[in-house]
Each structure stands twice: as C-alpha cells, then as structure tokens.
Design a protein around this ligand. Sequence first.
Ligand SMILES: NC(=O)c1ccc[n+]([C@@H]2O[C@H](COP(=O)([O-])OP(=O)(O)OC[C@H]3O[C@@H](n4cnc5c(N)ncnc54)[C@H](OP(=O)(O)O)[C@@H]3O)[C@@H](O)[C@H]2O)c1
Length: 370
Amino acid sequence: MSSIPDITPTDEAFMHRCLELARRGAGSVSPNPMVGSVIVHGGRIIGEGWHERFGGPHAEVNAIGSVPDHGLLTESTLYVNLEPCSHFGKTPPCSDLIVSKKIPRVVVGCLDPFAKVSGRGIATLESAGVEVKVGVLAGESERLNEAFITSHRKGRPFVSIKVAQTLDGRIATSMGVSRWITGEESRTEVHRLRSRYDAVLSGSSTVIADDSELTVRRCEGRQPLRVLLDRQLRVPVESKVFNDQARTLVFSSGQASDPCRIAQFEARGIEVVQVGESPGGLDLHQVLGELHRRQVLSVMVETGNRLAAAFVRERLVDKIQMFIAPRLFGGDGLASFGTLDVLLPEQSVELRFTEAGMSGQDFMLEAYVI
Ligand SMILES: NC(=O)c1ccc[n+]([C@@H]2O[C@H](COP(=O)([O-])OP(=O)(O)OC[C@H]3O[C@@H](n4cnc5c(N)ncnc54)[C@H](OP(=O)(O)O)[C@@H]3O)[C@@H](O)[C@H]2O)c1
C-alpha cells in the first residue's frame, strides 16, 4: 500500500469531486456511509456515481455503470472517498467488481473503520495487481463520514450539542425564557442541521418549558427520530414533540415509570424504553447504547444546561455547534452548560475550533472535543 506523502494536485482534485458527490447521499444513506466515486481516463472524468440511498448500489457500482465505453476502464483510475468493500452485504463486494473490470489504479480517501474488514478491500485489489493509493484527502474523507466512523469505532452514535446562546453564554433568561435568542437565519440553519442527523435528543425540562417540536420545518429534508429523556414521563402526551410529524422515542427510568402512564403513551403509538439511572438522571451510556443498537449513527442534542453538561461530563460529546447572538442576558440568565466540576483550568474540557462564520447577525462556531 503506498503512503500519503506523494499526493498530487490531480488526485486531490478528483477526490474533492468524490466528496462532493458523496454529500448528495446525506440524509438518505444512513446507516451506510456517504460515498462518491469518479473514474478518470487520460486526465478526464469519464464516469461518476455516488451511494444514493440505503440498500442501493454502492458509489463504485454507479460510477462504473455510468461509463459509456467499458473498454476504457482497463486504462483508467477509480477514485473513491472510502475503501471499496470486500464483503457481501446488501450488494456484492466492490473490490471484486473493480478487479473484474481490470481497472489498473485505485485512489482511496480513507480506510473502512470497521475493524473486521478494514484494509481487506485494499488487500483484494493489491493481490490482483491493482495499484492502490490510500489517504488522499484522508482528513476530509473521515470528517464527511464522522458519524459512520464514530459508530464503528466507539460503539455509540456521533454526538453533537447544538447551543443557541447570547454573547455572554446564556441560553435562557432568569425566567427560563429562550425564545428567541438567535435570528431567522440561524433558526433555519438549525433545521438544516436536524435533517442531517439520524436523531435529535432533548430533555424533559426543555420540552416542557418550550413545547419544542424538534422537527424539520424551515427547509426540505428528512425528519430525524425525536428522542426524549424523561425519567418520570412528565411531558404531557399532548405536547408537540409527540405530534405525527416524526417518530418519537422516549427513554424513562425503570424505577420511576408508572405502568398506566406507559400504557397511555403506547396507546398513542409512542415507544417508551426503560433504562437505568445515574446521578442526576438517566444513564446516558445506556441511552446511546440503545440508539446504536437501533442503527442511529448520529444524534444532535438540543437541550438545556443540565443535560448538556451531563453529556459533556460523561465524555459522550464529539462536537459542539454554537450560534452566538449579539445580545446579553447577564449573569442571572441560564448558562449554556451546567456543572462540569472544573476546579482548575487544566481540568477544563478542551476543544478545537474547526469553523467560524456569520449566520445573519449571529456568529456561528463549530468545535470538536479533543
Ligand atoms: N438556547 C438554547 O439553545 C436552548 C436549548 C434548549 C433549552 N433551552 C432552555 O434550557 C432550559 C431548560 O434547561 P434545564 O437545564 O432546566 O433542563 P434540560 O437540561 O433541558 O433537561 C434536564 C432534565 O432532563 C432529564 N434528564 C434525563 N437524564 C438526564 C441526565 N443524565 N442528566 C441531566 N438531566 C437528565 C431530567 O429530567 P427528568 O428527571 O424529568 O428526566 C432533567 O431535569 C429552558 O429554559 C429552555 O428554554 C435553551
């Protein structure tokens, strides 16, 4: 397997195109990864494809299928942002297809994160005499499929916390009012973000305070699963979070939930899953474990300061997406994050900023937990 250093601008440019194509599968391929592929002959793209929907043909199959003259494949390079598969899933292995079409060169963005198959697709290609280059735009390729990769590597969904706060770090006034802090553009952007996640998760206090619906309404897009953490099933069944615009899954505590109340939810088709408790609320590891079991790859947490802090304390957060409005609520407002037990700066939760920009009059930041 050749190593990364000799990336040529051409390989990068074609890999960029793969990533662009792959993004078209956002919202339709989960729990599969987003994959794009291009086929290049004599420096010119002669075929391209992407994984369009879960269960459908893989990107390489679509790219190869789009080439009008298959005779050219024997002199072409296939680019793909994720290692070609080597196993029979819903479709036959892509590495076998590439070998059977006698494509002499393959350029790969990143390896498959699934330990049992990682590197096997490459090995199949190399043992058939295909020249393989791995790691072109590896960072971008991994980032595009961060949910898929996290799910395989950590055995839980990728977790992002969305916060809409004032410049002085407040998510609600001293009266608990949070509507609205940010402007129209940011609120539309939040709906766009929701449509890219498999699930949106909130806590009982926020849903009671805001009667939040947690759906995608301000733009086109898939409705994520709504996940509500409500230990004692306090949220009224008439709340918007239970309307028929999307599915809702409720987590409650086995000890506290009243069977009559559960029956009331179930009569309305709302599933209630019981998990254990940990100090301050439900056991978040169990919650994410159950979501993982249900093939939920990514979760956007949209909640208040206590539950947000609990996710951070449990080290279950991968990313923070923050919208900062140009206003102040003052120290008596509700801070974005509750207690994190940080006594010294060196105990702080460290982040790495990856994006910053404007969203209307608001500031938009993205940071990853290191
Ligand atoms: N600006 C924003 O971005 C934004 C977003 C959301 C909310 N808000 C505001 O935030 C306020 C609510 O915040 P909050 O801190 O009171 O509540 P919260 O963090 O939204 O929810 C806390 C509740 O979640 C439940 N929970 C279940 N498991 C938990 C766990 N492991 N750890 C912590 N909580 C768990 C508990 O209720 P049970 O015991 O009932 O299960 C707990 O009381 C509201 O004023 C709302 O408007 C602002």
